[in-house]
Design a protein around this ligand. Structure first.
Ligand SMILES: [Zn+2]
Length: 417
């Protein structure tokens, strides 16, 4: 019971900076004596501080409590298809330091692990005076529960037998959590980005891979075996191109960046002379720039991707009924050229009541969404199980106190004491 109360109080203080002990008792339904006892323990650790409110019209100003956001830091890392990146955050999701390296992830696990380790060492060295709570890692692979954190063999054959979490735990001596990249993008958007205030939310990442993270009532929905959200492998055109998963006509085989660039190469074969933008190595950025400059081939590819995404998202809307869909990944830099056909297909394919109750927005967190979500995974776990944050606190017996982030505004402080 004490562990349960500890989690309740820690969450309440995190949510409402400046809350008094009396308000904590009212908010949680706990007795004043229990609140004072547990809060006293928080103060001893340094995780919570107190300050005096500005003088009111009379009487002694109440003592207010403050969650110390900088008391511990968290590292979040993203393993992409062609890069590794990472952030170091405080306990309020503020990014304090970051790294990003281009990297052939699928083809070279050894160099990838070395790049991740070097990046993490740099983030750990950023401020040795503040302990790091742990490392969260987002991976571009479905993570069935049975995989124990390993990448899918059919997508990453070179990674067979490599246990990422175990490697990172041994290399850096801190707790490690791993999840799918789109799941973590959804979590980051829900806590800090365009999904704030939307407990039912979908985040769709359009990169080399295409995946969705689905939040239901503020929690990542993983499905029976851990692979929910694989929207990239839903069929858009059963007669469409073969996908790397082995199926045909998957969304990813039509709008994933590797597929899109392959289609561009195929179509450019018959174009003479070859347009200038296609003479160097093709990238999504060069494709988007060419489309914006009026190149017909590039424009058709991007509007076609928008239509295919619209069909997939109509299915998502009808099935899950999210309050918001947040779209991430480099292809979103195409802007209206992608979104207009997407919205048209969406409105033609989804039930009106599904479309009406939802909104499609571009991720404001951009490149850092997944790494930030990876850090958030550890923050959420620490608020639900305070022993992760405060090892001397009792560990709650299951069930934990689920923490649903309600999108509270950033606090302002008065006088510290
Ligand atoms: Zn597929």
């Amino acid at each position: 019971m004490r562990a349960h109360n500890t989690a309740l109080l820690l969450q309440a203080i995190w949510c409402e900076q400046g809350i008094s002990r009396a308000d904590l008792a009212r908010r949680t339904g706990l007795s004043r004596a229990t609140v004072s006892d547990i809060v006293g323990g928080f103060l001893l650790t340094g995780a919570v501080g107190e300050y005096e409110a500005a003088p009111s019209s009379g009487g002694r100003p109440p003592i207010r409590l403050r969650f110390e956001n900088g008391w511990r830091h968290i590292i979040g890392v993203e393993l992409g298809a062609s890069h590794v990146s990472g952030v170091r955050t405080d306990l309020r999701g503020r990014v304090l330091a970051s790294f990003q390296h281009p990297q052939d992830v699928a083809g070279n696990p050894t160099a990838t692990l070395a790049a991740i380790d070097a990046g993490i060492r740099g983030l750990l060295a950023y401020d040795a005076s503040v302990p790091v709570l742990g490392i969260g890692l987002g991976v571009p692979s479905p993570l069935p529960i049975s995989s124990q954190g390993g990448l899918a063999h059919h997508l990453f054959p070179s990674w067979q037998g490599i246990q990422l979490a175990t490697h990172l735990k041994l290399a850096h001596s801190v707790p490690v959590e791993v999840d799918n990249d789109a799941n973590l993008g959804a979590l980051a958007e829900h806590w800090w980005g365009a999904g704030r205030g939307f407990a039912d939310l979908a985040y769709v990442k359009v990169a080399t891979g295409v995946g969705a993270g689905i939040l239901i009532r503020g929690r990542i929905y993983k499905g029976a075996t851990g692979i929910a959200g694989e929207i990239g492998h839903t069929a858009i055109d059963p007669d469409g191109p073969r996908c790397r998963c082995g199926l045909s006509g998957c969304l990813e085989a039509m709008v994933g960046t590797a597929a899109l660039l392959q289609r561009a190469r195929e179509q450019l074969v018959s174009v003479q002379p070859l347009p200038e933008w296609a003479r160097d190595e093709l990238t999504v950025q060069s494709l988007i720039a060419a489309a914006h400059a009026g190149d017909a081939t590039a424009r058709l590819l991007i509007t076609g991707a928008g239509q295919a995404l619209g069909v997939a998202m109509a299915n998502l809307l009808n099935l899950v009924n999210p309050g918001r869909i947040v779209l991430g990944g480099h292809l979103t830099e195409a802007g209206a050229m992608l979104l207009d056909p997407l919205r048209t297909a969406l409105s033609e394919r989804a039930l009106w009541s599904s479309v009406e109750g939802s909104e499609l927005v571009i991720s404001p967190l951009g490149d850092q969404a997944v790494a930030l979500g990876a850090a958030t995974l550890l923050l959420q776990a620490a608020l639900e199980d305070p022993q992760r944050l405060l090892p001397q606190q009792p560990r709650p017996a299951a069930p934990l106190v689920p923490f649903i982030h309600a999108g509270h505004p950033a606090p302002t402080f008065e006088r510290s004491i």
